[in-house]
Write a protein that binds this ligand. Structure first.
Ligand code: GLV
Ligand code: MN
Ligand code: MN
Length: 456
């Protein structure tokens, strides 16, 4: 890493360095750079491992103890200086979707490295231990199921899940782990004891355009969307495109097309306002111009901030797909492959971060997250917060994904000071967490207001 440039006046603490952050992002982006487009650093592949090793090396250079757990999460520890034993943790992921961008997850990882660097540069000894985490396989792009590393940490995966969950080639999660040197049978060793952890914070790009539209540099997430996912197989009859009359066909692709439009129309119904439903993949067999498609495999991802609406829309999608396929004389197999509920993040922790924003003069808004995050999984065992930084045009999961190093540095400053503040206030028993934390209502300095658009 380059030596940090100093943006601050003599005597004031050292702030996050945009140049350093940009340099780390650039180096990580070379791993898994896809010759076709963007970055393909998919979970449980060698490029993901290489990225973990690269960043693990940077963390070791900062003097931290770094280890890889049983499922491939990288964990760095900086000891605390008092009797406090519960760690304050922060981090994100390094895997990407296929042909993805260079910021999703990566921002939270380089923010973690930079926050540790600032601790040392500013000669800070925290009372609590600090724990930096790089989660394995956050993206659901390969296995349909997301956040594998964090689910292992909170105990939300069992060995049966590792053999059940598989990618489009039928490769199970357990096999994928074995292929790169992990032992799925050691899954339980990855689990954290909730008594050892006091709070978790993740910085992430927004993956939407609310911050840009409102000219805010920081978003503080109140609710994270849930996601219900299906894999559907439609079986018709393959046949000759010239020889088979239209009335004698069982065209799997025509049925899949009708199901796709039904998914869109269900999500657009006023009664489901807020639902986002997407057919993200269609595999057509045999996929030849002169053969009527005999089979289509498709995946459907339904997201919502409201758990009831999420499940109602999902049920309606399956019912409608069943009716379409019955009418068309094709067979439908629908498999539920993932179902994660929306998560409300604790207000007291968001208030701690918002007070830091006010102190630093960082204009923020409170907003929901349309995307899923490891923090939403970590919230099952520990108070968790998500800090969003803007990304250009809201583009994400695409090669064009972009966030400015200056915005990321502002986010790191908020993270760093939030960790220091937590280090102070968490030195009390849990029922006294709220001491010194006031709940602000109404307009905040800098005109902060809740976001009124986005996925709500
Ligand atoms: C994570 O990137 C998600 O798909 O929500
Ligand atoms: Mn992400
Ligand atoms: Mn993602």
């Amino acid at each position: 890493m380059a030596k940090a440039s100093k943006r601050q006046r003599p005597g004031s603490p050292i702030d996050a360095d945009p140049r350093q952050l940009a340099e780390m992002i650039e180096k990580i982006s070379r791993i898994g750079a896809d010759p076709v487009a963007g970055i393909s650093r998919v979970g449980y592949t060698l490029p993901e491992r290489e990225a973990h090793e690269l960043v693990g090396g940077w963390l070791r250079d900062l003097g931290l103890a770094v280890e890889t757990d049983a499922v491939g999460n990288t964990i760095a520890t900086r000891p605390g200086k008092s009797v406090e034993t519960a760690a304050i943790a922060f981090g994100s992921h390094l895997d990407s979707v296929t042909h993805g961008g260079r910021f999703d997850g990566i921002v939270g990882v380089v923010a973690m490295v930079e926050a540790f660097r600032l601790m040392t540069a500013n000669h800070i000894d925290t009372r609590h231990p600090l724990r930096g985490v790089i989660f394995a396989c956050e993206e659901g792009a390969r296995f349909g199921e997301s956040s594998i590393g964090s689910k292992a940490i909170v105990g939300a995966l069992n060995e049966g899940d590792l053999s059940r969950i598989h990618d489009a080639d039928g490769h199970t999660l357990a096999e994928a782990m074995l292929d790169i040197g992990f032992e799925p049978s050691r899954l339980r060793e990855a689990r954290w004891n909730r008594a050892d952890i006091a709070a978790f914070i993740e910085i992430h790009i927004e993956q939407g355009s609310t911050l840009e539209a409102q000219s805010r540099s920081v978003g503080l997430v109140d609710v994270v969307s849930g996601s219900t996912r299906f894999r559907m197989t439609i079986l018709g009859s393959a046949g000759h495109t010239g020889g088979t009359p239209m009335q004698n066909r069982a065209d799997a692709l025509a049925a899949a097309a009708e199901v796709t439009l039904a998914v869109e129309s269900i999500a657009n119904q006023p009664s489901h306002r807020g639902v986002r439903a997407t057919v993200g993949s269609l595999d057509v067999y045999p996929n030849r111009i002169t053969i009527i498609p005999g089979r289509v495999d498709m995946s459907i991802d339904v997201r919502d901030l409201d758990p009831d609406r999420l499940r109602r829309a999902s049920t309606e999608i399956v019912n409608r797909a069943t009716a379409v396929c019955q009418r068309r004389g094709v067979t439908l197999n629908a498999e539920l492959i993932a179902d994660v509920s929306p998560v409300v993040l604790p207000m007291w922790l968001r208030e701690v971060v918002s007070q830091v924003c006010n102190k630093l003069g960082a204009g923020y808004c409170v907003m929901p997250s349309g995307a899923g995050h490891d923090a939403q999984i970590m919230a099952r065992i520990v108070p968790a917060a998500i800090i969003f930084v803007p990304c250009r045009g809201g583009a994400s999961h695409v090669p064009e994904e972009w966030a400015s190093a200056t915005d990321i540095a502002s986010g790191v400053d908020v993270l760093y000071h939030a960790v220091l503040k937590l280090d102070q206030i968490l030195s009390h028993p849990p029922d006294r967490h709220l001491q010194g934390v006031s709940c602000e209502v109404g307009p905040l300095p800098g005109g902060n207001t809740p976001a009124d658009d986005g996925p709500r």
